[in-house]
Design a protein around this ligand. Sequence first.
Ligand code: FES
Length: 208
Amino acid sequence: MSDALNYLVQVRGDALGHYFKFLKDTGKHLDPKTRDLISVITKVHSQTEGGFKQYLTRALRDGCTPLEIIDALLMAFPALGLAKIVWATDILLQMDIPEFSPALINAQPQWRDVMAVADIADGAVERIECATRTVFVYREGETYKVYDSHCPHQVTNIPHLALDGLTLTCPKHQWKFDIRSGDCIEKGQHPLKHFDTKVEDGRLLAWW
Ligand code: FES
């Protein structure tokens, strides 16, 4: 929510509550993905950058694919016009979400090479740039965790510097994550996105 809305909720929560209830009720007969796609379109229509990023992230989290989001934008062309679609696409490109990259947008999930297991010590965390995305890798004995480096809040690409021991703090809004589990332990509600892993011939592979 914007600072302005936060303020209005604080000082006139009694009145604003009706508005939020109305918004909640309007989508109750729609499935979550359809609701998410319509929300994304409304933010493009009003050209609200923060809201667009927020609803886009929620749509991805709820299972919308990048191609479904792009199709929704294109289908709304008669209402949005080309300028607003380009505005949204520019933001998408700045956000640098791996799933929207030409290399991944049409790709089937598959095992991807991450690193040699010999290159990560027990208890260590590494940030690795693979061919199609950047990941954090945590090793505990013979168990390996691989997480997308993008924050589940608004997809900020979290740098290695954000790591303090086993806690990762997103620099944008300070959500904190426990790198052992990926759980969000402060400020936010959503965990880091993680990938299945296996070790083959001394290489760590992850599924995306
Ligand atoms: S983008 Fe908001 S906490 Fe990471």
